[in-house]
Design a binder for this molecule. Structure first.
Ligand code: BMX
Length: 280
C-alpha cells in the first residue's frame, strides 16, 4: 500500500492507494489564514497520520512547480511563501517513508495515463481547471518533466492580451468575478449559466481560452487527446464548451476531449503510482 497526498490551492487530500485504487481517503481544507509551507505541511501531516500504518512509500501531488522534491508557487494567491520549499525532505523526515513529489497536474496526467482516460494513446495532455489552471503532458507514453520544474503550465500560457490564462480562466478567477457581482462563487456562475447570458459568456470565455491552447498544442506536439479535470473543468457543461470552441476551428486542430476518468482522485492515484515506481 502506498500513501498519497494531494496539496491543492483549496483542499488537502490524503489516501491509501493500491493498484490504482483508493482504499481510504481523507480531506481537509488548505489552511486559509496561513498558506505558508510550514502551516500547510503541518496540516498535511495531521491528515496523513491515521493512514500511515503499513505504508511503504509516500507519493505527493503538489500545486506549484516541482524540481528535486522542492516546490515553488507560481501563483502567490494559491500558496504563499513557497520558494523552493523542500516538501519532500519535510515529509520524508516526518513520516520516515521514501517520498516522491510531483506537480499536481503532472501526477493527475500520470494517473489518467496508467488507469484512466489517458489509456490507449501515446500523446495526451491533462488539464485541470480548478483554483488555478494546471496541466501535465504524457508524450510517447512517458510523463514529460523538466529539470527546473517549470513545464506544462497551461495556466501560465498567455491569453491574447498577454494575461496568464489562469488569471482569467480558472475557478479562482471565476470566484473573484462572481463575488464582484454579489454571487457566492464559480459554482453560482455554473448554476446561473442557462438563464444568465453574462454567466454563460464568462464560462465560454474560460473554455474558449483553454480550447485555443489545446489547438496550438495539438499541432505542436501531435496530441491525440485532451483529458479535462478540476472542479470547474468537470462542472456541468464545461467540457461541452471546450468541444464547441474546438469545433469552430479548422479540422486540423480537432482533438478528442474526455473528462478525467479518475475524477478528483487522479492526482492521488498518479502520485502513488509514481512513488511506487521511483521508490523500488
Ligand atoms: C497553478 C500552479 C500550478 C498548478 C495549478 C493547478 C501554483 C501554486 N500552482 O497554475 O503548478 O498545477 O495551479 O493547481 O502556482 P490547483 O491548486 O488549482 O489544483
Amino acid at each position: 500500500m502506498i500513501l498519497a497526498l494531494d496539496v491543492g490551492g483549496t483542499k488537502l487530500a490524503a489516501a491509501r492507494v493500491e493498484g490504482g485504487r483508493v482504499l481510504e481517503r481523507l480531506e481537509a481544507p488548505t489552511p486559509t489564514h496561513d498558506r505558508g509551507p510550514e502551516a500547510v505541511t503541518r496540516a498535511a501531516l495531521e491528515l496523513l497520520r491515521p493512514l500511515l500504518p503499513g505504508a511503504r512509500a509516500l507519493g505527493v501531488a503538489a500545486t506549484g512547480g516541482v524540481a528535486g522534491g522542492k516546490v515553488t508557487a507560481l501563483n502567490a494567491d494559491t500558496l504563499q511563501g513557497w520558494h523552493a520549499y523542500d516538501l519532500q525532505g519535510a515529509l520524508q523526515g516526518a513520516t520516515g517513508l521514501p517520498t516522491a513529489v510531483v506537480n499536481d497536474a503532472d501526477a493527475a496526467a500520470w494517473g489518467e495515463a496508467a488507469y484512466g482516460a489517458g489509456q490507449g494513446v501515446e500523446n495526451f495532455i491533462f488539464v485541470t481547471v480548478s483554483t488555478g489552471v494546471g496541466s501535465g503532458l504524457v508524450l510517447g507514453g512517458r510523463l514529460y518533466l523538466s529539470r527546473h520544474g517549470l513545464h506544462a503550465e497551461m495556466g501560465y500560457m498567455r491569453a491574447p492580451d498577454g494575461t496568464p490564462l489562469e488569471l482569467v480562466a480558472s475557478g479562482g478567477a471565476l470566484d473573484r468575478w462572481a463575488r464582484g457581482r454579489g454571487w457566492e462563487g464559480a459554482r453560482e456562475v455554473v448554476r446561473r449559466a442557462a438563464a444568465d447570458p453574462a454567466a454563460e459568456a464568462k464560462l465560454a470565455e474560460s473554455a474558449g481560452l483553454v480550447a485555443d491552447k489545446l489547438a496550438d498544442l495539438k499541432v505542436m506536439l501531435g496530441l491525440e487527446r485532451a483529458v479535462i479535470g478540476g472542479g470547474l473543468g468537470l462542472s456541468a457543461g464545461y467540457l461541452e464548451r471546450v468541444r464547441a470552441a474546438l469545433g469552430r476551428l479548422d479540422p486540423l486542430y480537432a482533438l478528442e476531449v474526455l473528462p478525467a476518468a479518475l475524477g478528483a482522485d487522479a492526482g492521488l492515484i498518479g502520485a502513488a503510482d509514481w512513488a511506487g515506481r521511483t521508490s523500488q
